[in-house]
Design a protein. Structure first.
Length: 55
């Protein structure tokens, strides 16, 4: 599974269970990679990930 596929899966699950509309103001995504360790996605990356589940 790629990171993008993981983002999509996580956001789709959140969208199904959240009562509010899913947007960059009420959700955060983080990733853990060997190269950079733990990091929270910035707003632009988060917006792209959210747009990806609508496509």
């Amino acid at each position: 599974m790629t990171l993008q596929e993981a983002y999509t899966l996580a956001l789709k699950v959140l969208k199904q269970v959240m009562e509010e509309k899913l947007d960059e103001n009420n959700v955060q995504l983080a990733r853990v990679t060997k190269a950079k360790g733990f990091e929270i996605l910035n707003i632009d990356e988060l917006k792209l990930a959210i747009e990806g589940i609508s496509a």
